[in-house]
Write a protein that binds this ligand. Structure first.
Ligand code: DC
Length: 222
């Protein structure tokens, strides 16, 4: 029996931290779908292809091979044989990813891989369209959000801890722009699935969110 937990929500809501913890606790695989779209965006950037160049993107899709592996429980994204984990976490790649992931050819390719993964093993999968499109029959669907100011504050703390100089207002502006782009695209936009549970993490600790979702999962199949 394989189970799936879908966690969708805007950038910076804590999806990956929370999904990783839940996966560890339940013994499931954590699938970070954003990282897959980031790898594709990195390929486009390296090959000077813009998000709007759909003909070039179709060609690129035939040349791109994205797969994932796990090292010490950490997801590694492999782009044409290269582990690109070290290159995909920048703000620049994040903005390009939000723009290029509007492309349907890219999405179809990634969705196929995501469904294959979820067919083979129990997963906690996070992204933007997991509950609405990728895994419409997921056992649990969560829409995880937080206010844009709280999401900006968390990102600011994270970047500052890494020694990156940044400005909280700028970060919040980028977050709002990315939310808008992800929610307004035509194909599989970010939205709460009708049967998803809304969790607002603005005033919750990570462990509180993790426990709430695990409780929902346990109730779902008891
Ligand atoms: O979760 P993240 O910040 O790594 O995602 C980067 C971008 O990828 C996000 O702005 C939108 C896109 N994305 C998507 O369109 N669908 C997904 N399932 C995951 C991410």
């Amino acid at each position: 029996m394989v189970y799936s937990i879908a966690i969708d929500g805007p950038a910076g809501a804590g999806k990956s931290t929370i999904a990783k913890k839940i996966a560890k606790e339940l013994g499931f695989i954590y699938v970070d779908t954003g990282a897959m779209y980031r790898a594709v965006a990195l390929y486009l950037m390296r090959n000077h292809i813009q998000a709007e160049e759909s003909t070039k993107i179709v060609e690129a899709c035939n040349k791109i091979n994205v797969s994932i592996e796990y090292v010490d429980g950490e997801q590694q994204v492999i782009l044409n044989g290269e582990n690109v984990n070290g290159f995909i976490r920048t703000e620049e790649v994040g903005m390009m990813t939000s723009a290029s992931s509007k492309n349907k050819d890219i999405r179809m390719k990634m969705v196929e891989l995501q469904r294959e993964l979820a067919n083979k093993q129990s997963v906690v999968m996070d992204g933007r369209d997991i509950g609405t499109y990728v895994l419409p029959n997921a056992d649990v669907k969560i829409y995880l959000t937080a206010s844009s100011s709280e999401r900006a504050r968390r990102r600011y703390v994270e970047l500052t801890a890494k020694g990156v100089t940044c400005n909280m207002e700028e970060i919040e502006k980028d977050i709002i722009a990315r939310d808008h782009q992800d929610m307004s695209r035509e194909f599989a936009p970010l939205r709460q699935a009708e049967d998803a549970t809304l969790v607002d993490s603005s005033n919750m600790t990570i462990d509180e969110v993790v426990n709430e979702i695990i409780t929902i999962f346990q109730k779902s199949h008891s």
